[in-house]
Design a protein. Structure first.
Length: 282
């Protein structure tokens, strides 16, 4: 039974790959609202210094790497690593426009292509929940950090703590299918603070601190919430093929279900994540 559960989880994780025009939508719709503020918070918690080497694992379109690089200017070497070439292409385009020197590299988080004790800081924003073997990734992060180096992660809290996304997931499952609902739940692992702290500690880290961060997300309407989430995720393909009548029912039911979060400006709701800072002891 445990093996079946893990296979199902891995299958769900593997569906969460951004392709096509989604990297641009991801940057346009998801980064400003929460990825950028969270990147700034991670950077503030770690206070990286000039002159070192910094790695952003599962960097996506590179908001953490860009935030750190813009803070330090040319005082550090920043590397962004991701296994998705299209996301890296978008990251390169954005960093070039911003005049930032960042080395974008393709690779896998569970086998980081770097020597031991290399980096002063390792970041990973909203990536841990998508790795088939997160404990192996944490061990790799520990391996490539220098003694005294710092780890900075953030991981979304469970979907119970992100109620609008639970509503969206439930409505997608009803109107689009089980796969669509599962994809929307994938970013919200059932990991509590104790579970995450133990994972980080078991990978060899010490001086672990964990912080809960809550921000407000606002959209002009329930329909726009759905559109932006679909456009910037693997749901884009499924939504494009959805019949008009079914799509309209989905929008209507989502609007009704999100009524508690609506005001005169649209829909607004909390998003909760966990920030984890830890150190590799010397």
């Amino acid at each position: 039974m445990k093996e079946d559960i893990m296979n199902d989880a891995n299958s769900e994780i593997q569906t969460w790959q951004i392709s096509g025009n989604s990297p641009a939508a991801y940057e346009r719709y998801l980064v400003p609202g929460f990825f950028k503020p969270w990147a700034e918070t991670l950077t503030a918690y770690t206070s990286p210094t000039s002159g070192g080497e910094i790695l952003d694992v599962a960097c996506g379109t590179g908001i953490v790497a860009r935030t750190v690089a813009s803070t330090l200017k040319n005082g550090a070497r920043v590397i962004g690593l991701d296994n998705n070439r299209e996301m890296l292409n978008k990251a390169s385009e954005l960093s070039e426009k911003a005049g930032l020197e960042i080395d974008w590299q393709q690779g896998h988080a569970d086998q980081l292509p770097y020597e031991n004790d290399r980096f002063d800081y390792v970041f990973c924003q909203q990536g841990m929940q998508f790795f088939p073997e997160p404990q192996q990734v944490l061990k790799e992060m520990h391996r490539v950090l220098k003694p005294g180096g710092r780890l900075a992660l953030n991981i979304m809290r469970s979907i119970r703590h992100n109620p609008a996304f639970k509503i969206l997931s439930d409505e997608l499952e009803k109107h689009v299918g089980e796969n669509a609902g599962s994809m929307m739940r994938a970013p919200f692992p059932e990991w509590d603070q104790k579970k995450i702290r133990n994972m980080v500690e078991d990978a060899g880290f010490r001086d672990i601190s964990l912080h809960l961060e809550i921000i407000s997300m606002r959209f002009p309407s329930s329909e726009e919430f759905l559109r932006r989430e679909a456009a910037s995720s693997p749901l884009a393909g499924e939504m494009e093929s959805l019949a008009g009548e079914t799509r309209n029912k989905l929008i209507d039911h989502l609007h009704e279900s999100l009524e508690p979060y609506q005001d005169d400006k649209g829909v607004v709701f909390p998003m909760e994540t966990m920030m984890i800072i830890a150190e590799k002891q010397g």
